[in-house]
Design a binder for this molecule. Structure first.
Ligand SMILES: NC(=O)c1ccc[n+]([C@@H]2O[C@H](COP(=O)([O-])OP(=O)(O)OC[C@H]3O[C@@H](n4cnc5c(N)ncnc54)[C@H](O)[C@@H]3O)[C@@H](O)[C@H]2O)c1
Length: 216
């Protein structure tokens, strides 16, 4: 699973490779995750006191490492691939062509090996939806995906991810998922879901949702 802007959430959802495998679940990604490292031209070759931040020093060791790791990870992907993006960010579009995903992952997916790029567009609870599957940078992503020969699908707030967000905020307005519990003989007789969010599916090619409950 690829991602941009949702580092914590994507890893909670992926569950250390049990649901999905992210780059950080691979051995090399796991070893380097969270590390700050850099070299220097002068002796001793390593700088043990200070590393420049990536915005001060384009393509420094950290970016070079992650760029290569991303390319390798993307080149190994097959079938349906999933990317989780942030639809609530006000500063940055959910999909950026200059992100690692845009520069080093999407372009390295293999045509004929990868079939479908599926987006999970997530929105923070009670935050404005700056973008949905039908607008903004998601349209650009669809063009970039389709022009590479893959089919595209996009889902706003898959229920499983909404439930995960609600684990920490059960009292939130958007987490009133089960509002009408009427028990009958110990079994749940009625169960109504809040309709504040409706997942939108574009692309008829999406025929199954791995691990996601469908809305019925
Ligand atoms: N685990 C990581 O730290 C990491 C870093 C880069 C790329 N990736 C891979 O790329 C995608 C995420 O990257 P993105 O750019 O699309 O999302 P993003 O904008 O959320 O950035 C991901 C992480 O990379 C750091 N980062 C951003 N630009 C950097 C740069 N120029 N040099 C070094 N670090 C930088 C950010 O601090 C952030 O933690 C994922 O799909 C993942 O597979 C992972």
């Amino acid at each position: 699973m690829f991602w941009s802007g949702v580092k914590e959430l994507v890893h909670e959802y992926a569950a250390n490779g049990q649901r999905y495998v992210t780059l950080e679940d691979t051995l090399i990604g796991y070893l380097a995750e969270g590390l700050v490292f850099c070299g220097q031209e002068s002796a001793p070759g390593m700088n043990y006191s200070r590393c420049p931040s990536w915005w001060e020093c384009p393509f420094e060791a950290g970016e070079a490492f992650w760029a290569h790791a991303s390319q390798t990870f993307a080149s190994a992907a097959s079938g349906q691939v999933t990317v989780m993006l942030d639809g609530s960010s006000t500063g940055k579009p959910a999909y950026r062509q200059d992100s690692f995903f845009g520069k080093y992952e999407l372009p390295y997916l293999k045509k004929g090996v990868v079939t479908n790029v599926r987006v999970f567009l997530v929105h923070a609870l009670d935050a404005p939806m700056s973008e949905t599957c039908l607008n903004g940078s998601l349209k650009l992503l669809e063009e970039d995906v389709v022009s590479r020969g893959f089919s595209f699908s996009c889902l706003d707030d898959p229920l499983a991810i909404l439930h995960l967000l609600c684990v920490d905020e059960p009292a939130d307005r958007e987490c009133k998922l089960a509002t009408d519990h009427v028990t009958s003989g110990g079994r749940l007789a009625s169960h109504s879901f809040a309709l504040t969010r409706q997942p939108l599916i574009i692309s008829a090619k999406l025929d199954r949702f791995d691990g996601l409950p469908s809305r019925g």
